[in-house]
Design a protein around this ligand. Structure first.
Ligand SMILES: C[S@@+](CC[C@H](N)C(=O)[O-])C[C@H]1O[C@@H](n2cnc3c(N)ncnc32)[C@H](O)[C@@H]1O
Length: 318
């Protein structure tokens, strides 16, 4: 059912290359796109319901409140391309407001979880054509030919754009221009700068769900790449990086140890970390600039009363 543009063996090979390269750097790193195996995707859904994790409930309230305006921006008969669709919950909020949507195209790197999402969406909206794509949106990919070329809009909620640095974010927004065409629109969820205590708590909750999500990456390396990480010998840490305006997640080695992955050995000093995610926080002006450089006009900014989160409406025209 899925159009595996990234075929699974190729995806496994990309995972292997990223992990081996990342663990060979002076600052060890594993890119956050690999968080989302089935267990990681389930843990992320659990995170979205935590008291500390304000982004989901804040963005959801904005979508509910302004769905009509967002649908007007998309126009009638839109083909909606959702990047990093995950469980597709945000789409379900928007869909009722959309006028006769022509097709829903959820795009995600996590094939298993996308499969589950698509089954649910098809059951709930049997008249809607749902056309999933398994792909890594950080690499160039062409839209399959069976996706209608007419009116298209990109939908990228969840502040997932914050996981990309500015250059990567601009590159993806430019790629979206290519995907939606000259009259295309976009709706992008962006988390905003706020007090650091609130930010840290959102990425280091009291129940340890975010810690489990972060540590699951090591378990995934063990499962898929013949790794032998002793997961209990690493600790989750969330820290603020002011220069990058980002919350960073790290896995901290609790002791001096050597770990083997895919036949290669990696030494860790006590306290040494693997950087697993940056989550950049923007202000309205900063994100407007990124969007403008990538060929978009900001035509609307929908936010909550406390300005915690913003959903940007973008237009290629005007
Ligand atoms: C933070 S979650 C957001 C999920 C959902 N959009 C939401 O708002 O709750 C990020 C989603 O993007 C997907 N994802 C992350 N990196 C990706 C990449 N490089 N290419 C495609 N999908 C990716 C993950 O599998 C996950 O479903």
């Amino acid at each position: 059912m899925l159009d595996a543009i990234e075929s699974l063996p190729r995806q496994r090979e990309a995972f292997r290359a990223d992990v081996l390269t990342g663990l060979s750097q002076p600052q060890k790193t594993i890119p956050c796109r690999w968080f989302y195996d089935r267990r990681g995707s389930e843990l992320f859904e659990e995170i979205t319901g935590l008291d500390e994790y304000y982004p989901t409930r804040t963005e959801t309230a904005i979508l509910r409140r302004h769905a009509g305006d967002m649908a007007a921006l998309c126009g009638d008969g839109v083909v909606l391309l959702e990047y990093g669709a995950g469980a597709g919950i945000k789409f379900e909020i928007l869909v009722d407001a959309l006028r006769a949507p022509r097709m829903y195209v959820p795009i995600d790197i996590a094939a298993d979880f996308l499969d589950q999402t698509v089954a649910r969406i098809r059951q709930r909206f049997p008249l809607l054509v749902t056309r999933p794509i398994v792909a890594d949106f950080t690499t160039g990919f062409d839209m399959p030919a069976d996706i209608p070329a007419g009116r298209r809009a990109a939908f990228f909620p969840g502040s997932t754009i914050g996981n990309l640095d500015r250059a990567e974010a601009a590159a993806l927004l430019r790629r979206m221009c290519g995907h939606v065409g000259r009259q295309g629109k976009a709706i992008i969820g962006v988390d905003l700068r706020k007090d650091i205590r609130t930010l840290i708590a959102a990425y280091d909750d009291g129940d340890g769900v975010t810690a489990a999500f972060n540590l699951n990456l090591l378990a995934r390396v063990n499962r898929e790449l013949e790794g032998n990480f002793a997961v209990e010998c690493f600790a989750h840490e969330a820290r603020w990086n002011e220069r990058e305006s980002a919350i960073e997640m790290h896995l901290v080695s609790r002791k001096r140890q050597v770990v083997s992955v895919a036949g290669r050995s990696f030494a860790f000093a006590e306290g040494e970390t693997i950087h697993t995610e940056s989550s950049r926080k923007y202000d309205i002006r900063g994100f407007t600039e990124v969007a403008r450089h990538a060929g978009w006009c900001v035509v609307a900014v929908w936010s909550d009363p406390a300005d915690r989160f913003a959903v940007f409406g973008l237009d290629r025209e005007t």
